[in-house]
Every structure is written in structure tokens, then in C-alpha cells.
Design a binder for this molecule. Structure first.
Ligand code: GAR
Length: 203
């Protein structure tokens, strides 16, 4: 891990809107000057992830590691770790990275690995969270930022945002409203973690 520099590596698989929100707050709130922190790289397991173009436009280094090119989950995660470690990250941020990670990967980044999940965990781990919340008759949905453990969508909760389910809601409409909250919550959680790291460095 880097000492003075708090490098942030973000992993995506899709549109990268959370990644963009994080990069934006990093600029707006001067993470580099305040914490020595910046988003140094955005990695994707999908070459056509639209978020890659957004990252490049912002001058952030990008790399693609296609999981299909690796014989096993372990082999892919080993290659991913090698790519991530080139950046000596203080934080590895999963932002719509749609891969189940091996225990070896999770252990390697223990204390540095966080995820956002589109439900109020521990409810609705896994996929299709909004559809399942509507079908269950939930009055509230939302999103969770949590530390990553080797158990899928578990780990200490760092923050949550609650979004009401409206009468007649579709999964897509609910997903869009939750996503808006994700964009607010995720960057703020990261800022709080950076503040914590900065104060423990001082002590
Ligand atoms: C977000 O809603 C995120 O919570 C979800 O994927 C979306 C990614 O959007 N993540 C998961 O479902 C992880 N299990 P984005 O690429 O626009 O940030």
C-alpha cells in the first residue's frame, strides 16, 4: 500500500456512473490536496463498458481484463490483482463490478476493499434486487456501501440510503431513483474513509 499517496482503483463492468460520481467529488472536494488521494485507474472486465470512455475523458488510466480469457476464477483474480497492485492502492472500490471474487482476492485487499450494492443489505443479496423488493411488497428499498468479505454482499455496512417504493413502481424506475442516491452516498463514504486514514496517519 502507498504511504503518503492514497491511490484509489475503481473496478467497473458497466456504465460507470458511480465511478464518475466518485471522480467528480474527488475533484470538487480536493481529495488530492487534502488527502493525497486520487482515482488513479479504472479497470473493467468488459471491453465495451461505457464507463471506460468516461474515465478516459477525465484523464484516468484504464485497463480491461476480460475474465473470458482466463481458465479459472483464480487465474482471472490473480491477473486482476497484478494489475491493481501496479497502482499500490489504498482503496479498491467496486462500482458495479459484476464478478464474484475469490477468497484469495478478498483477503489480499482486506481493509481496503469496498462495494456498493443496490439493496438494503442484508436483504436481497445477489441480482435483480429491485424486482425482488417490489415483488415482495417492500415499502422501502435502497442501497448499501459495505466492506467486502468472501461471502457475497456481506461485510460491515459503512452506509445505507433508503428509497421509498412507490405505488406502481417498475424495477427500472426504482433502480433509477436508487442510483441517484448511490451517487450521493458512495463518494461521501470514500471521503469519510480518507478522513479516517488521514487522522490515523497523524496520530
Ligand atoms: C449500481 O446500481 C450498483 O449498485 C450495482 O450495479 C450498478 C452499477 O451502476 N451493483 C451491483 O449490483 C453489485 N452487486 P454504475 O456502473 O452506473 O455505477
Amino acid at each position: 500500500m502507498s504511504g503518503v499517496n492514497k491511490n484509489i482503483v475503481i473496478l467497473i463492468s458497466g456504465s460507470g456512473s458511480n465511478m464518475a460520481a466518485i471522480a467528480k467529488l474527488a475533484q470538487q472536494r480536493h481529495w488530492r490536496e487534502r488527502f493525497g488521494a486520487r482515482v488513479v485507474a479504472v479497470l473493467s472486465n468488459k471491453a465495451d463498458a461505457p464507463g471506460l470512455a468516461i474515465a478516459r475523458e477525465q484523464g484516468i488510466a484504464t485497463a480491461v481484463l476480460d475474465h473470458k480469457g482466463h481458465p479459472s476464477r483464480e487465474a482471472f483474480d490473480a491477473a486482476l490483482m497484478a494489475e491493481i497492485d501496479r497502482h499500490e492502492p489504498a482503496l479498491v472500490v467496486l462500482a458495479g463490478f459484476m464478478r464474484i471474487l475469490t477468497a484469495g482476492f478478498v483477503t489480499h485487499y482486506e481493509g481496503r476493499l469496498i462495494n456498493i450494492h443496490p439493496s438494503l443489505l442484508p436483504a436481497f443479496t445477489g441480482l435483480n434486487t429491485h424486482r425482488r423488493a417490489i415483488d415482495m411488497g417492500c415499502r422501502f428499498a435502497g442501497c448499501t456501501v459495505h466492506r467486502v468479505t468472501s461471502e457475497l454482499d456481506h461485510g460491515d455496512i459503512l452506509d445505507q440510503a433508503v428509497v421509498p417504493v412507490l405505488p406502481g413502481d417498475t424495477a427500472q424506475a426504482l433502480a433509477e431513483r436508487v442510483l441517484t442516491q448511490e451517487h450521493v452516498m458512495y463518494p461521501r463514504v470514500i471521503e469519510r474513509l480518507l478522513e479516517k486514514m488521514a487522522s490515523s496517519n497523524e496520530g
